[in-house]
Write a protein that binds this ligand. Structure first.
Ligand SMILES: NC(=O)c1ccc[n+]([C@@H]2O[C@H](COP(=O)([O-])OP(=O)(O)OC[C@H]3O[C@@H](n4cnc5c(N)ncnc54)[C@H](OP(=O)(O)O)[C@@H]3O)[C@@H](O)[C@H]2O)c1
Length: 308
């Protein structure tokens, strides 16, 4: 989509606007001249647009975020086991305030009605007049950000998973953002879910080979059982439930349940998704531990189980 779009019915509210998808989405919408309001707890996105403090856990922040808003990019509460009690009153308020369209960041590994994010998806599908659910595969940013994968690569040159030879189509979060922008600005509308993937399905051994090539440092894939993986994550400081959820996602990959490539990015944005090779090459500097800076400790709270 290339033309500047009108949103017609009010501002676009971007939740999670400082995150992996929210930040590039905000920039894309601003580039297109859309009226955008960003909303996060702490971090103000760098675009200089309209920003409000928004906390899922503080309902007093919800009404100011929603005033004059017609469309919402919804990143559900991250790292919360049961997000529905937080999202449902927000959605009620949003619909009463005049919101017509919600683009929800879901996951390829989560079906509508599944516990947690899947329940949020079911809610959005049933309550919102115009809805879209993005179902991205695993983010390429897992190799570079705060994530067990990135930490393992930097620390020991190992990618430890329970995925076996299972494959998945890693996707750049910026391509998810571009897809979200297209949907938020679209004039003709059909309610739908959209599988969002990179251009090819790869195993973690393939990813390790690419990492070796790009960094010049040997990186290998170590396949372990889901139980061993969960134990390693707990030993590394992750909370037990989070560790188990990550291991369960790996099982899904191992069994072939994520071996799929979709044309969504090309179809909705008019350009192909970035390849993992291009992404890793662009972020080469973030894949190595600087010699003068010890790696920071792993987080106990963790981000939401990713890839789902
Ligand atoms: N990583 C993957 O491979 C993957 C794959 C598929 C789906 N997903 C899904 O993608 C979603 C986003 O995950 P992510 O790790 O990429 O996170 P993220 O979007 O990079 O970061 C979370 C964003 O939400 C904001 N936020 C966090 N807690 C908040 C709260 N209580 N109230 C208001 N805003 C809050 C954060 O800003 P502040 O901290 O400033 O508030 C930040 O902007 C998750 O639902 C995950 O399941 C991830």
């Amino acid at each position: 989509m290339s033309a500047v779009r009108r949103t017609g019915d009010g501002r676009i509210l971007v939740l999670g606007a400082s995150g992996n998808t929210g930040a590039p989405l905000t920039a894309l919408l601003a580039d297109r001249g859309a009226a955008v309001r960003t909303a996060t707890r702490r971090t103000v996105p760098p675009d200089g647009g309209e920003h409000v403090r928004f906390d899922w856990g503080d309902p007093a922040t919800h009404a100011p975020a929603l005033a004059g808003v017609g469309r919402v990019y919804l990143v559900a509460p991250v790292g919360v086991a049961d997000p529905v009690p937080l999202v449902e009153p927000f959605l009620d308020r949003a619909l009463r305030a005049g919101v017509r369209r919600v683009v929800l960041l879901g996951s390829s590994a989560v079906a509508a009605g599944d516990p947690g994010l899947g329940e949020v998806e079911a809610l959005v599908r049933s309550a919102v007049p115009e809805w879209a659910v993005l179902k991205p595969s695993w983010f390429m940013q897992n190799f570079t950000g705060v994530h067990p994968l990135a930490e393992g690569i930097r620390r020991s040159g190992e990618i430890v998973t329970a995925t076996g030879d299972g494959r998945l189509a890693f996707v750049d979060a910026r391509d998810i953002a571009a897809t979200a922008a297209a949907l938020l600005l679209e004039e003709e509308w059909t309610n739908a879910e959209h599988l969002v993937t990179g251009p090819e399905a790869l195993g973690y051994a393939d990813a390790a080979a690419l990492l070796t090539e790009v960094t010049g440092r040997p990186v290998r894939h170590v396949d372990v059982s889901p139980e061993t993986l969960a134990g390693r994550l707990v030993a590394a400081g992750y909370e037990a439930g989070f560790a188990a959820a990550l291991a369960a996602l790996d099982t899904l990959v191992r069994e072939g349940g994520q071996d799929a490539v979709a044309d969504t990015v090309q179809r909705l944005t008019g350009r192909p998704p970035r390849s993992l090779r291009a992404f890793l090459t662009e972020h080469r500097d973030r894949l190595a531990v600087p010699a003068d800076r010890p790696e920071r400790p792993t987080r106990r709270d963790g981000a939401a189980p990713s890839g789902g």
